[in-house]
Design a protein around this ligand. Structure first.
Ligand code: CTP
Ligand code: MG
Length: 233
């Protein structure tokens, strides 16, 4: 049967804020590289047919070795200088595939994405062209300019985005086509590209999970190690 659902694991970053001396997705938590946790979540999900790993230049061999044991791994490719460029590299691999293929983009730096979250994204893609994962913010978030608060959006209306973000391939392809033609293209996530370049396309937000954290700073690695070794999470 033809592939209907592809997971793209974005590991093209170098982890500057983490400062591990190598890309943070290669750092181990619970005895396995963060990248292996992320790939494993999609490999184990029955709704995913194929996985594409996008890795930072210079680290492809490491990524290929980590990805090899997972049977759904279809390609390990080199990313670009920005997350946007890494997404575009994955879309190139999917050139020629039908518009209705479902594609999920996931940050390799989120090792604990769980099956219910992936389920919610896939379910929502039955009725929507673009789906994001969000969780409520426990902190109040304000807009600051020159050190002064200029607005305080009501907390209930705010959502912190996680990944995976899911799309029908035709929609995300079109959005990137328009984005790449824009000389003012600024870095954003994939939903940001759809929101900006296909403003008529509603982006459905489904519930994420507090455990689905992004390992970004050294403290996150401490938390991740704890989560990875938790008994009965
Ligand atoms: N990413 C990517 N290609 C890039 C930059 C980022 O695929 N050129 C991926 C990262 O590998 C990560 C996800 O996008 O899985 C989220 O990015 P971020 O947390 O910012 O990771 P890094 O860019 O590696 O970290 P930093 O910004 O601290 O350098
Ligand atoms: Mg980054």
């Amino acid at each position: 049967m033809a592939t209907r659902t592809v997971a793209v694991v974005l590991a093209g970053g170098v982890g500057e804020r983490m400062g591990a001396g190598r890309p943070k997705q290669l750092v181990e938590v619970g005895g396995r590289p963060i990248l292996a946790h992320a790939i494993g979540a999609f490999d184990a999900h029955p709704g995913i047919d194929e996985i594409i790993v996008v890795m930072a230049a210079g680290h492809l061999r490491d990524a290929a070795a980590i990805a090899a044991p997972f049977r759904k791994t279809a390609a390990v490719i080199e990313g670009g200088d920005t997350r946007t460029a890494s997404t575009v590299a994955a879309l190139r691999v999917l050139d020629g595939r039908p518009d209705d293929v479902r594609v999920l983009f996931h940050d390799a730096a989120r090792p604990f994405v769980d099956r219910p979250t992936i389920d919610r994204v896939l379910d929502a893609l039955d009725a929507h062209e673009a789906v994001a994962v969000g969780i409520p913010s426990s902190d109040t978030i304000v807009v600051v300019e020159d050190g002064l608060v200029v607005s305080m959006p009501p907390r209930a209306a705010l959502s912190r985005f996680q990944t995976p973000q899911g799309f029908r391939l035709g929609t995300i392809r079109k959005a990137y086509e328009l984005a790449l033609a824009d000389p003012d293209l600024r870095a954003t996530d994939d939903c940001g590209i759809v929101h900006r370049y296909l403003p008529g396309v509603p982006i459905r937000v489904v519930e994420g999970s507090e455990r689905n954290l992004k390992v970004t700073q050294p403290l996150d690695a401490v938390i991740a190690e704890h989560l990875a070794t938790e008994v009965n999470p």
